[in-house]
Write a protein that binds this ligand. Structure first.
Ligand SMILES: [Zn+2]
Length: 442
């Protein structure tokens, strides 16, 4: 197949897991029934082979990416001065975490008797240790080399769902500050491995310009309920990990963001376990404040504390049920930051999910479920919902989006269909004046 596609066989990677070399025993094999034998009658053989293929229906389509030129997958670890590059790469993530007022966590977990697996990620202070880390690398140098900024964001909101929310008070950049000592990757790895020796895992947390170390411990087993396709409920027992020790609060941590208990989370029925509450998206709190962070994911970062305060609003429409739709002043419209970062508002996205921002957040628009309620409070509750520690992090890094003809060629080659939808909301109730695609409150 690689020959027919004109690619080097050793470069093939499954499209959803491009970091992992194709596994001949796994994705590429179909286990046959023990009764199969090459000397069986053809019809019997075909029957057994057909059944074996049908059993693989859980992955009916395997798509592989391949490159024309064979590349050495480990070349990034070598080079003239590979070690310093790795140190520089980890350093860039540390500095970005500092500028974003976040933690950078390097974690090693021991799985049974195997060598520990490594992962690097951004976190809001107070995030839970995730049940399943995203990705797994055999050692720290490989983890550093292979963790992109996007990888470090993976599942950011999910992981920080119950973290306490604070405003931020970042220090002003100090032009006379001494440069960071470059991170010694080997030394960091050795230290974390030592901590791992008699624990299920260990972390190094980059916070406030230095590494803090802690072991992980296993928490008592808890029960989780999952709804099956049949409508029945399955119970799973799971063991989670927690930090042995929490590093001191960072210097940039501002006062707590006020919150109230979510009114939608009352009761303790099974349903509540299965679907996150719509009102708070599982955070169990309604926040009366939020922190907006806009960044190009490199050097530029802007933090804005959105406190509950009176602000002039204008009514821009109404919902079909008659609820008013209001727009807040510019300070609350994330779309206005696009020009500052030299991107289009549509390019602003959530770095954790890669998705474009909601139109309501771009335009600073909210539907008032209580027409006499405070519009700013309603807006802050809406934007902080489902966000880790009420942090609204927005990436203004331009995206390398392929031009439409290239996308169309790929779609045709894969035998898929490309559907383009354009909606004109100019004449709808609640449309943002002058915007053909911006529709408020729907
Ligand atoms: Zn809730």
């Amino acid at each position: 197949m690689a020959d027919r596609a004109g690619t080097a066989p050793e470069t093939l990677r499954e499209v959803f897991d491009p970091d992992r070399p194709a596994d001949a025993e796994g994705q590429l094999s179909v286990p046959l029934d023990p009764g199969w034998h090459p000397r069986l009658a053809a019809s019997d053989r075909y029957d057994l082979e057909g059944r074996a293929l049908a059993r693989r229906a859980y992955a009916p389509w395997l798509v592989f990416l391949g490159h024309r030129d064979p590349v050495d997958p480990d070349s990034y670890l070598r080079g003239l001065d590979g070690r310093r590059d790795l140190s520089g790469q980890l350093d860039r993530l540390c500095r970005l975490a500092d500028r974003l007022c976040l933690d950078l966590v390097v974690e090693a977990r021991a799985i049974a008797t195997c060598a520990p697996s490594w992962v690097i990620r951004f976190e809001v202070p107070g995030s839970a240790v995730p049940e399943q880390p995203h990705g797994s690398h055999p050692d720290l140098p490989t983890a550093v080399a292979r963790t992109t900024v996007a990888d470090a964001w993976h599942d950011f909101a999910e992981r920080g769902r119950t973290a306490p929310a604070h405003f931020v008070d970042p220090p002003l950049p100090d032009p006379d500050s001494t440069p960071f000592e470059p991170v010694d990757v080997d030394q960091l790895e050795r230290r974390i491995l030592r901590d791992c020796a008699d624990a299920p895992g260990a972390q190094a947390v980059w916070r406030d310009g230095r590494w803090r170390h802690t072991r992980l411990r296993a928490e008592p087993e808890t029960e989780r309920l999952t709804e099956l396709e049949t409508g029945q409920v399955a119970r799973w027992h799971r063991t989670t990990l927690a930090r042995n020790w929490e590093p001191p609060a960072p210097s940039w941590l501002g006062p707590p963001i006020p919150h109230t208990r979510c009114p939608g989370c009352r009761g303790s029925g099974t349903r509540e376990w299965l679907l996150p509450c719509h009102t708070c998206r599982g955070g169990r709190r309604i926040h009366h404040g939020a922190v907006l962070t806009v960044t190009d994911l490199a050097d530029r970062v802007v933090h804005l504390n959105w406190r509950p305060e009176a602000a002039p609003v204008r009514v821009v429409g109404s919902e079909p049920a008659g609820l008013p739709v209001v727009q807040l002043p510019e300070r609350y419209r994330v779309g206005t930051w696009a020009a500052t970062f030299g991107v289009r508002p549509e390019e602003l996205h959530d770095p954790g999910t890669g998705r474009a921002l909601d139109q309501d957040l771009l335009d600073g628009v909210v539907t008032l479920s209580d027409p006499d309620g405070d519009p700013v409070e309603a807006y802050l509750a809406a934007v902080a919902r489902g966000r880790p520690a009420a942090r609204v992090v927005v990436s203004a890094a331009g995206r390398d989006v392929p031009p439409l003809p290239r996308l169309a060629r790929l779609v045709c080659g894969l035998g898929l269909v490309l559907q383009v939808t354009v909606a004109d909301h100019r004449h709808d109730a609640g449309a943002i004046p002058g915007s053909p695609t911006g529709c408020a409150g729907r």
